[in-house]
Ligand binder design. Structure first.
Ligand SMILES: NC(=O)C1=CN([C@@H]2O[C@H](COP(=O)(O)OP(=O)(O)OC[C@H]3O[C@@H](n4cnc5c(N)ncnc54)[C@H](O)[C@@H]3O)[C@@H](O)[C@H]2O)C=CC1
Ligand SMILES: O=C(O)[C@@H]1CCC=N1
Length: 272
């Protein structure tokens, strides 16, 4: 496959992660361009990755194969309506915005090949994971182009149905924040138990990393790995029983449901 030319509309955090991932994989700066309404943002991304930058979104998409919409969901309608007359047949639209459906995008941009994705912030370290949905207009080559883009920053997993993007948003899009919350809480509890803050923090962070790596590398599931840490009548059992008495699983279930519901609500509010 020849390297597609890609334009990013909105050169913020997520765009910078994706551009950084592609550059690290050897994609040439000449294949990537970005537009942003902020001069500072344009200068920063241009200096960091050596790509051409534009103040005009319409200019940025001229002649590219893939247009990545990487602005905030609230800005999406206005940006799409402005871009619509400048989009050419054959250009693939990739949206990374939370809560904007492909049907809304098609309303604003016309019937086009659209891939909707939900990445997450560990993309910054190329440790991200994304769910991707392609509408029926997307060709096999365009699917590959979208996958190449997202897999430059981590795992890219295709979904057969668009509504599952709400679930991906709840699990992995917002997910880093849940683990950060657990890290915060464990660090604070460790400190209360007498550890210096920095030690409690390092113990917690390295434990999170080690547990994730074990879960990925293991041929048994997380429940079995947990059982192997949990000696009968031991210390882990005391902690796990306390978590479960507090309704841990039900709380996680309710939290993810709230996130998925919010994703659907955003689509309803912002998609009109
Ligand atoms: N932050 C996260 O954890 C995740 C974010 N997303 C999605 O990624 C998208 C981008 O998020 P971030 O990079 O965090 O936001 P950000 O605020 O860092 O970047 C957005 C950029 O768009 C620019 N911009 C705003 N209006 C514009 C316009 N009319 N024309 C051109 N540029 C314009 C801003 O100046 C800014 O640099 C959002 O839609 C969000 O839903 C998706 C997954 C995870
Ligand atoms: O909180 C949000 O709405 C965005 C989408 C996923 C992560 N951050």
């Amino acid at each position: 496959m020849t390297t597609p030319r890609i334009a990013f509309i909105g050169a913020g955090n997520m765009a910078a992660s994706l551009i950084g991932g592609m550059r690290a994989q050897g994609v040439g700066a000449e294949s990537i361009r970005a537009s942003d309404r902020g001069a500072e943002q344009r200068e920063k991304i241009s200096a960091q990755y050596g790509i051409d930058v534009f103040a005009s979104n319409a200019e940025a998409i001229n002649g590219v194969d893939v247009i990545v919409l990487s602005i905030k969901p609230q800005a999406m309608k206005e940006v799409c309506l402005d871009l619509a007359p400048h989009i050419k047949d054959g250009q693939l639209i990739v949206s990374i915005a939370a809560g904007i459906s492909s049907a809304s995008l098609a309303n604003w941009l016309g019937e086009r090949a659209i891939v909707r994705c939900m990445p997450n912030t560990p993309a910054l370290l190329r440790q991200g994971v994304s769910g991707l949905y392609a509408n029926p207009q997307v060709s096999a080559e365009q699917r590959q182009q979208a996958e190449q883009l997202l897999s430059a920053v981590g795992l890219a997993l295709w979904l057969d149905e668009e509504h599952l993007i709400d679930a991906v948003t709840a699990v992995s899009g917002s997910g880093p924040a849940y683990f950060f919350l657990l890290i915060e809480a464990m660090t604070a509890a460790g400190e209360k138990l007498g550890l210096p803050r920095e030690t409690a923090e390092k113990l917690t962070q390295q434990t999170a990393l080690g547990a994730a790596q074990m879960a990925i590398a293991s041929d048994v599931d997380a429940a079995e790995l947990r059982r192997r840490v949990t000696s009968p009548a031991g210390t882990t059992e005391a902690a796990i029983k306390t978590f479960q008495a507090g309704g841990f699983e039900a709380l996680v279930d309710a939290a993810l449901n709230a996130a998925a519901q919010r994703s659907a609500e955003l689509a309803e509010q912002l998609g009109k």
